[in-house]
Design a binder for this molecule. Structure first.
Ligand code: FES
Length: 86
């Protein structure tokens, strides 16, 4: 287990989110940050974690970063989300 980053990007991989493209969202974050799910960036700023359903299926696909929830994501939103935390 690696320690989590300062900003942990928690991607819901539950059924509803999965069906609506959570995998593509995870790939987009991986590409943007250069790390895989379960890993942390070398500078300790970001990590990516996979979650089970967080009960916000109506907003699928969903991620959380700290207290904030982002729903109805598309891969092209990922860059801007990461930029908010840089
Ligand atoms: S499956 Fe993602 S919030 Fe329920």
């Amino acid at each position: 287990m690696e320690p989590k980053g300062e900003n942990d990007i928690a991607i819901c991989l539950g059924t509803a989110c999965y069906v609506r493209g959570a995998e593509k969202i995870a790939e987009a974050f991986s590409k943007e940050l250069g790390i895989g799910v379960g890993e942390t960036t070398a500078d300790g700023k970001f990590s990516i974690t996979g979650l089970r359903c967080i009960g916000a299926c109506g907003l699928a696909p969903v991620i959380t970063i700290g207290e904030k929830t982002y729903g109805r994501l598309t891969p092209d939103m990922v860059k801007d989300i990461v930029a908010e935390y840089k």
